[in-house]
Design a protein around this ligand. Structure first.
Ligand SMILES: Nc1ncnc2c1ncn2[C@@H]1O[C@H](COP(=O)(O)OP(=O)(O)O)[C@@H](O)[C@H]1O
Ligand SMILES: [Mg+2]
Length: 353
């Protein structure tokens, strides 16, 4: 049985239902991210797991025990919020010690545990500082140590990195992942940042308007998006409209060109529209590029983004973006140039909902 299970969870505030039919089973030691746009219900689900909100329907079970009737302080859950939320009038040591004092641990044991926790986040030398004397990244590491000190059975993190600078965000997310793996603690991490979710999760739940649109590994979510929403929210993607030419032969047209899909079209007749997704990194215009499928178009823009060059070309009406790695001596395609993008037919996904 899974360690943390949410079954049939619903939540309404007054007449507004913000979480709908949410089901999720998280294994012990797993790192799961809830990924979705602002307002889709991520925090609300997290708060129900922590016991700050009661579900309107459904059950929450942790380690075989139903949590619905338990108060937050009976659930043994560690939580880290976006705002650092440290006690401003307490030192780092006392912040981390707080939960242990409440639990009635004796002073020697508390000091040992605080030392261990500060070692884990490499802030042992700042034990006597106050929050205002530390950077945002340091405060968030203390918040993590404070959450982990009482050995919670589950760790919940609600957008813990979103108030930090880009560089710190990346290093701290890696640190969080390392600590999580070191402790083997079951973790739910909320974010609206797809790169963050893709880079550190065992599995991702992509949330859309209170529902889980797709649950899967980062690889699955990125490469096999189940819905139009997931396809467009996770990564940069071309959503292309094609027209069925010959359904039995899997032939479709994009703009003025016909191609054959690998994935079966399913029930369709000539003239039906079909939504297709293609990642910008899937193809290449390089001389001798491989791929069983080609689309030729005219370049309408080419943007230098640093490590990649993103080019947009027009294939009849539809516009398709593709990326190529920057290489010294390679010029981006010029606007107006006609280029041929080669890719593998199986990279073209049919989006059905
Ligand atoms: N206590 C509340 N009362 C009324 N509406 C709420 C309350 N908490 C959240 N909501 C609403 O529920 C929806 C989901 O909110 P939230 O879970 O915070 O989203 P997210 O964390 O994904 O940004 C939003 O429309 C929000 O306004
Ligand atoms: Mg939120």
């Amino acid at each position: 049985m899974s360690f943390l299970t949410l079954t049939g969870i619903q939540k309404s505030f007054g007449p507004v239902q913000v979480v709908k039919d949410f089901d999720m089973a998280i294994e012990k030691g797993e790192f799961v991210s809830f990924l979705g746009p602002s307002g889709c219900g991520k925090t609300t689900v997290l708060r129900m797991v922590a016991g700050f909100e009661a579900p309107s329907a459904g059950t929450i079970v942790i380690n075989g025990r139903n949590q619905n009737e338990l108060k937050p302080n009976q659930r043994n859950i560690g939580m880290v919020f976006q705002a650092y939320a440290l006690f401003p009038n307490m030192t780092v040591h006392d912040n981390v010690a707080f939960g242990l004092k409440v639990a009635g641990m004796d002073k020697a044991a508390i000091d040992a545990r605080v030392k261990e926790m500060l070692g884990l986040i490499h802030l042992g030398h700042l034990a006597d500082r106050f929050p205002y004397q530390m950077s945002g990244g340091q405060q968030q590491r203390v918040a993590l140590a404070r959450a982990l000190a009482p050995k919670p059975q589950v760790l919940l993190l609600d957008e813990p990195l979103s108030a930090l600078d880009a560089k710190i965000r990346v290093s701290l997310r890696e640190e969080i992942r390392m600590i999580q793996q070191q402790l083997g603690i079951t973790t739910v991490f909320v974010t609206h940042d797809q790169e963050e979710a893709l880079s550190i999760s065992d599995r991702i739940v992509v949330m859309n308007a209170g529902r889980a649109d797709q649950i899967g590994t980062p690889f699955d979510i990125y490469n096999r998006p189940a819905t139009r929403f997931v396809a467009s929210f996770v990564g940069t993607l071309n959503l292309i409209e094609g027209t069925v030419v010959d359904p039995t032969a899997n032939r479709i047209s994009i703009g003025d060109q016909d191609i054959t899909l690998r994935e079966p079209l399913g029930p369709a007749k000539a003239g039906d529209k079909v939504s297709l997704a293609l990642r910008p990194e899937a193809g290449s215009i390089a001389e001798g590029a491989r791929g069983d499928t080609a689309l030729t178009g005219q370049v309408i823009s080419s943007n230098f983004l640093g490590s990649v060059i993103r080019t947009r070309m027009k294939v009849g009406e539809p516009v398709i973006s593709f990326d190529m790695f920057n290489a010294p001596g390679r010029n981006p395609p010029a606007v107006g140039e006609v280029v041929t993008l080669r890719f593998t037919a199986s990279d073209l996904l049919i989006i059905r909902e």
